[in-house]
Write a protein that binds this ligand. Structure first.
Ligand code: 5AD
Ligand code: SF4
Length: 446
């Protein structure tokens, strides 16, 4: 019988995509993938390090794994992803039951690494770079959804925001040739996928070394050209995330306006509304630069949804700085907002700053901002009542067996009464009610 591997994924979409890629490679090398720890010969944890708490969770989980399989002496336990890359050897010291540490660029070598561990090598470690011929292939069976697929277009980050660990865990930016991205989009379209997400830490910093696949597609930046090239496949719905403010060119909005299959949603994290804090964060943009980019989005002929990330309680953030963030959030009228309390991440420049905002104050700011956002969001969501939205029916709703759940082109969760036979179809839904973070509606024309 083939050895079975179970992969548990934490963190962002890049990790989800890496898991899909790793699973594809493992199956091609003769492994089976399984869906629970009980059946596994090898357990891999694909880990996240964005907050130190997330990292702690990994060690707790390793303890649980060994407890779940106390008699499985030859069970191989591996740590992959961001914690593996950052901690390296230290993982073995922290958790002696780990046999394998697989860095973020070793995805293509996992099967060989597992073999070494199964052959009895006690501590197998690979923090190396990607090979030149690394494969980005993902087989459809490994995809997290049969209807929505992630296509990584850029890996890593060169921005070095002072609070963020990603440039250290994921390394430098590397863009994938457009010809490969377009070919993958076409393949997915052939398999019946209705929606793809072009993903990366900063998709709009996309800068491939070769022009292949961009020929004939104009645009102010390589990313604008890529958007037009992918739109030309005719795939019904194309979304992209995350965008970086400094590299957000107006032509992105123009490309969206030209192509109905480029969806009406932009995720553009601002992090703070105070220039003083933005500078300490080393974001490379000012409040006014951000607002300028937002203007183009808000003035678009299409109604584009806008979402963002904010950190409250960054070292040195005064009440005045925070109020500027509150003001900015009011002004931007975000469709949705992810608010984070600053948490010190060792290894980042900000970890050396004096973390002087007390936890209680961070919580108070978090709650105040959440309240402001909730009020704005209520208005926005209510404005959809009586409007028709195009929704991809993705799955049965977790709340009710009679309802389906999916996303609109503006990336809102929409629930509606419908039969499971509709899963995978794009349907029209008339919005009848607005909840805090979702819309409810009824099918139109069926
Ligand atoms: N503390 C709090 N939030 C953070 N983020 C990244 N690093 C930190 C940190 N040290 C948030 C940012 C980023 C999102 C993915 O996580 O807002 O955009
Ligand atoms: Fe982190 Fe900044 Fe890079 Fe985003 S742009 S991944 S916040 S360093």
């Amino acid at each position: 019988m083939k050895p079975r591997v179970y992969i548990e994924t934490f963190g962002c979409q890049m990790n989800v995509a890496d898991t899909e890629r790793a699973a594809t490679g493992l199956r091609a090398s003769g492994y089976d993938l399984c869906t629970s720890v009980d059946e596994a010969d090898v357990v891999l944890l694909n880990t996240c390090s964005v907050r130190e708490k997330a990292e702690q969770k990994v060690y707790t989980r390793i303890g649980e794994l060994r407890a779940e399989r106390p008699r499985a002496q030859d069970l191989v336990v591996g740590v992959m992803g961001c914690v593996a890359q950052l901690e390296g050897e230290a993982v073995f010291a922290q958790a002696s039951s780990v046999n394998l540490v697989i860095g973020t660029r070793a995805t293509d070598r996992i099967s060989e690494l597992i073999e070494r561990a199964r052959d009895g090598e006690k501590r197998v470690l690979d923090l190396g770079e990607r090979g030149n011929n690394d494969s980005w292939d993902v087989s459809p069976v490994e995809r997290h959804s049969p209807h929505v697929a992630f296509i990584p277009i850029i890996e890593g980050c060169n921005k070095f925001c002072s609070f963020c660990i990603v440039p250290y865990s994921r390394g430098r930016e590397r863009s994938r040739p457009a010809s490969e991205v377009v070919a993958e989009a076409r393949r997915l379209q052939g398999l019946g996928y209705k929606e793809i997400h072009l993903i990366g830490q900063n998709v709009n910093s996309y800068r491939p070394r070769v022009q292949d696949g961009l020929e004939g597609f104009p645009g102010a930046t390589p990313f604008c050209r890529l958007l037009r090239a992918v739109a030309a496949t005719g795939l019904p719905r194309i979304k992209f995330t995350t965008s970086f403010p400094r590299d957000f060119h107006r032509d992105i909005v123009t490309a969206i306006e030209e192509n109905t299959n480029l969806c009406d949603w932009v995720h553009l994290p601002v992090q703070s509304g105070s220039d003083r804090i933005l500078k300490l964060m080393r974001r490379g943009h000012k409040r006014s630069d951000y607002l300028e980019r937002i203007q183009r989005i808000k003035n678009s002929s299409r109604r584009l949804a806008l979402t963002s990330d904010i950190i409250v309680g960054f070292p040195g953030e005064t009440d005045e700085d925070f109020q500027q963030t509150v003001e900015l959030v009011r002004e931007c009228e975000y469709d949705s907002l992810y608010i984070f309390k600053y948490s010190k991440r060792s290894g980042t420049p900000a970890a050396e700053f004096h973390d002087n905002v007390p936890e209680a104050e961070k919580t108070a700011r978090f709650l105040e901002l959440e309240k402001v956002q909730r009020a704005a969001q209520k208005k926005i969501y209510s404005s959809y009542i009586g409007r028709k939205l195009s929704v991809l029916a993705e799955k049965q709703s977790s709340r009710s067996a009679d309802d389906l759940s999916g996303h609109s082109t503006c990336h809102k969760v929409v629930n509606f009464r419908g039969d499971s036979a509709l899963e995978g179809e794009i349907v029209e839904v008339m919005v009848t009610a607005a909840k805090t973070n979702s819309l409810y509606g009824t099918l139109v024309g069926r």
